[in-house]
Design a protein around this ligand. Structure first.
Ligand SMILES: [Zn+2]
Length: 295
């Protein structure tokens, strides 16, 4: 297990919030990946027994997926979870980064319709009204403030999902299916969902993140910072706060917070499978560390 602490790839180092229990030094160990609603890892266990296989597209030796071609290796699409996301995720990665160490590929493999990966300086043009960057620091808003920020931006612009209703009724209410009795909460939630279309996540080490976030094309985008979470990334670098998240962790926690705090919906594990590969690899690494007597 070489290189466990060699890489400090992060997407969004999150400032730690003042803690009221900071005087407690022996807190119970929190298992951040515990209790996730995940698909069975049996398919990965089986593929692992086969060992590394050659990618059918580029021929390189890979395990589970090819991080160059964004394709599966040794497992089929039907065998792994496929997740529909409430927003599009645009991941911008630094060209100097080693793809094999990135967890961004997990998102692309597991939510292929909603995730795109770009290599800086190649980034798409963004509509600044409905796009946010996940990035902490001065000027970043909390998730709670994000919706108000977006509302201020659109300033009464009608939601596209309302057009069906407004065309026929001259109203601005959300269209309902005939016979459907959607409660006001669901209606409001759907309305809020229209405010945000894309989320930009930066995939690079912290030092290189600065070059990307200061790019003028990203300057106009509002920034949101996540609720403090601790990483459990095995490549986590010594000396960095535990709140420096791996890219897939950042995407997962953003979506969970967005679901609960912005859409105001009860979270029922909808995006847990984004951590399908991550949790499996995490358990492998932990087992190896335990076996090596280091844990
Ligand atoms: Zn390949």
């Amino acid at each position: 297990m070489s290189g466990l602490s060699q890489d400090d790839r992060v997407s969004c180092p999150v400032e730690k919030q003042p803690s009221t229990d900071s005087s407690i030094t022996h807190k119970p160990v929190v298992q951040p990946l515990h209790g996730l609603q995940l698909a069975s890892h049996a398919v990965l266990e089986k593929a692992q027994q086969w060992g590394r296989l050659n990618c059918s597209k580029c021929g390189r030796s890979r395990m589970f997926f090819c991080y160059t071609c964004y394709s599966l290796v040794g497992v089929s699409q039907q065998e792994i979870p496929s997740i529909k996301l409430p927003v599009k995720i645009d991941i911008i990665k630094h060209p100097n980064e080693t793809d094999g160490k990135s967890t961004a590929i997990h998102a692309k493999i597991l939510a292929p319709d909603d995730v795109n990966i770009y290599t800086y300086p190649c980034i798409p043009e963004f509509d600044t009204d409905k796009v946010v960057v996940v990035f902490p620091g001065p000027g970043s808003v909390s998730m709670q403030d994000l919706m108000q920020h977006l509302r201020d931006n659109v300033d009464g612009e009608p939601c596209p999902k309302r057009h069906r209703a407004s065309e026929t009724e001259g109203a601005t209410r959300v269209a309902r299916d005939p016979g459907s009795a959607a409660p006001d909460g669901a209606e409001a939630s759907e309305s809020r969902a229209c405010l945000l279309e894309r989320v930009v996540v930066i995939d690079s080490t912290w030092n290189q993140t600065n070059k990307i976030i200061t790019d003028e094309r990203l300057q106009a985008l509002p920034r949101v910072e996540l609720t403090t979470r601790k990483t459990c990334f095995w490549r986590h670098q010594k000396g960095k706060p535990e709140s420096y998240l791996a890219t897939i962790e950042a995407i997962y926690y953003f979506l969970k917070d967005y679901h609960e705090q912005c859409l105001a919906r009860e979270y029922s594990g909808e995006y847990d499978n984004l951590l399908f590969f991550y949790s499996y690899l995490h358990s492998l690494i932990n087992s190896a560390k335990t076996a090596a007597g280091r844990d």
